[in-house]
Design a protein around this ligand. Structure first.
Ligand code: ADP
Length: 456
């Protein structure tokens, strides 16, 4: 569609250029007859020559001016007067070249001011010929204030002895063509910009599709893995139960079997927890997309929410050191928030910190009051993240290339941080990450303290 419009405009511009060329060829013929009419070998008096010139001049639609050797105008046709906005030709003709030049402002094709020396008439006076096939592109500020674009050509007029007796200059008005060219170029430019924009949209769409494909493959894999384990454990547990149902067994053997069954059920429970979190993330993201994420807001103590989340992770990962640095000094830090959702954010930061760092590395949670907000940060000694990735990782489905799970089994779908950012933003807070490759990361959020909280 865009390409067709670009081609159409380019064709229109070429036609306009061809039309200008045809006019120039027609004029070249007229100029040649003019040269012949004024050629010294035709035995005419100067008056006769001027009369002949005038007759031809008036028939020409281009501006034609005949100069004497010194650059004074001998004759100019009415097309020239009209073109330059000259209302009293007699006065204008009587002006010297310098006076004329100071009244009509002339610029070259690139818009630079022309020196008097570079004027076509001055060049012709030095014996140069400006062929109509290779005219000079000049812009004039006319006497009535218009701006006109012209192709200027001309030739010196030779007397019987072959010396320069004067000059003839032809001004071909190409203003309409230039305007058309300019408009066409403007439209072309706009269309090209649109083309670039639509190409950018297209690649953004491709990138979204790529992420969606990647997401679907991870999601289906991650959702199936726990199910396989759960199924295996259930099968095993059933077999154990079957053996227990056999009447010949003694009590000690029964207890061993029961302990094994309990372990199998524990494993199944852990897998269900993982499954539950993945499905929960999917549900949250669909709620966010559909603007249906509900918050149950109340005044609540953020210190307690953080402590609970830390305790939960300590018991879920007993082998890990999770430090808590609480700068609240035993005071409550009240925020107006949905306690469960804020707990979810801390848990997500914590589980990421645990799974993306080695199992012998410490994770540290900190609560501090910063001006009128309370800041919660989770620091890890994991791989750290380059600045460009720090911006991207809040996007839906985004997973930083090269970052691998180092401990635990919590593979993710690239949704957690997007959900965290949405939750905190909906609370009027702020999320961020401070990180450096090789030095670990600090994921943090800030929430406004309730207004009557006094820091003493
Ligand atoms: P996921 O469920 O895949 O962990 P998140 O949205 O929680 O999704 O995180 C997005 C991505 O950001 C992760 O896939 C990981 O590449 C990167 N990431 C998150 N937390 C950390 C961290 N603490 N250290 C290094 N990379 C991290």
């Amino acid at each position: 569609m865009l390409r067709a419009r670009v081609a159409e405009l380019e064709r229109e511009r070429d036609e306009a250029l061809e039309h200008g060329q045809a006019q120039r060829i027609q004029f070249e013929g007229e100029l040649e007859s003019l040269r012949q009419a004024t050629h010294p070998c035709r035995a005419m008096s100067t008056d006769e020559q001027l009369d002949a010139l005038k007759a031809v001049f008036e028939a020409i639609t281009d501006g034609v001016v005949v100069y004497d050797r010194a650059g004074a105008i001998i004759s100019a046709n009415s097309a020239f007067h009209q073109m330059m906005g000259i209302t009293s030709p007699a006065d204008y003709i009587s002006l010297s070249m310098y006076e004329r030049f100071s009244r009509i402002h002339v610029r070259d094709g690139e818009g630079r001011d022309l020196t008097e020396d570079a004027l076509p008439v001055a060049r012709l006076a030095r014996g140069e010929v400006i062929a109509s096939g290779d005219p000079v592109d000049l812009t004039f500020q006319t006497l009535d204030g218009r701006e006109i674009f012209t192709d200027v050509s001309g030739a010196p007029l030779l007397d019987m002895s072959g010396t320069i007796a004067g000059m003839v200059v032809v001004f071909h008005d190409i203003t309409a063509r230039k305007h058309l060219e300019r408009q066409t170029n403007e439209v072309l430019q706009t269309l090209k910009e649109e083309q670039v924009r639509s190409q950018a949209n297209e690649s953004a769409l491709l990138e979204t599709n790529r992420r969606m494909d990647e997401f679907l493959s991870i999601a289906s894999h991650e959702l199936r893995t726990p199910l396989t384990t759960i199924n295996g454990n259930i099968q095993l547990a059933k077999r154990r139960v079957d053996t227990l149902l056999a009447p010949t067994r003694e009590l000690a053997a029964y207890q061993d079997k029961l302990r094994l069954i309990r372990e199998l059920l524990n494993r199944a429970e852990r897998q269900v927890r993982i499954q539950n979190r993945l499905v929960g993330d999917l549900l949250d993201v669909s709620r966010i997309q559909g603007n249906r994420l509900q918050l149950d807001m109340d005044d609540t103590n953020l210190v307690e929410i953080v402590r609970n989340a830390v305790e939960d992770q300590r018991s879920a990962s007993p082998g890990r050191v999770i430090l808590l640095q609480d700068d609240s000094e035993g005071r409550a830090l009240p925020v107006h928030a949905d306690a469960d959702r804020i707990g979810q954010v801390i848990t997500n930061f914590l589980t990421n910190a645990l799974k993306y760092s080695a199992s012998d590395r410490v994770v540290e949670v900190r609560i501090e009051v910063v001006e009128s907000s309370v800041k919660v940060s989770v620091r890890d000694e994991g791989p750290g993240l380059p600045p460009e990735e720090q911006k991207m990782l809040w996007d839906r489905f985004y997973r930083v290339p090269g970052i691998v799970v180092q401990s635990g089994s919590g593979v993710g779908l690239g949704l957690g941080l997007h959900i965290c950012q949405t939750i905190i933003t909906r609370h009027g807070g702020e999320v961020g990450v401070d990180s450096e490759v090789g030095k670990g990361s600090v994921f943090w959020f800030k929430l406004p303290l309730v207004s009557n909280f006094v820091t003493t």
